[in-house]
Ligand binder design. Sequence first.
Ligand SMILES: C[S@@+](CC[C@H](N)C(=O)[O-])C[C@H]1O[C@@H](n2cnc3c(N)ncnc32)[C@H](O)[C@@H]1O
Length: 187
Amino acid sequence: MIEQFCFGRGLPDNASANLIDIYKKWRDADIIAELDKNRSDLIMVYQNITHDFNKASAIRSGNAFNIKESYIVGARKMDKRGCVGSHRYVRTFHADTFDEVFQALKANGYTIYAVDNILSYNPQNILDCDFPKKSAFVMGEEQKGLDEDTIRKCDGMVFIEQFGSVRSMNVACAASCIMFEYSRRFR
Ligand SMILES: C[S@@+](CC[C@H](N)C(=O)[O-])C[C@H]1O[C@@H](n2cnc3c(N)ncnc32)[C@H](O)[C@@H]1O
């Protein structure tokens, strides 16, 4: 089942300390309405992200780039402090399975990319990928990456080129790179 992600209680009613000045005295509903005018079509999907702070960091970036929606698939638990209030303004959903998200995105005309750097899937450098405006990007688990079933459903795999010695970067950092590149092209 896909439903609105519930962030629970524990945060103050307004997150004004971290808002840009023009929004400081606005009500949340008005901020959301203003952001809605300028949301991109970008959708980010996070599959079984286990490290609590990673979900929060990715959601915060989703607000920074004002993306359309984020989907959290599988584990719900997270440390929402890392959102610094941004979760109020991002449309975030929870899904039990990737298949449900896949069906919904396809019904809405989305091209879906697995984001990982597994060479056996012949991934394309994101910089060389001619992805459409209605693109969704699926991020994998911190330890295991993306599972095979998910990868096979996607229309392709893209990777972020690295120049260091460690195999991969943190999933929230990788998601932010994708959001940045999408925004560079379509904003
Ligand atoms: C820490 S990685 C783990 C899997 C990774 N394949 C590995 O071998 O280390 C967690 C997730 O971050 C994303 N990621 C990290 N670095 C990436 C890169 N250079 N290119 C594409 N995705 C990356 C992917 O979504 C991946 O599933």
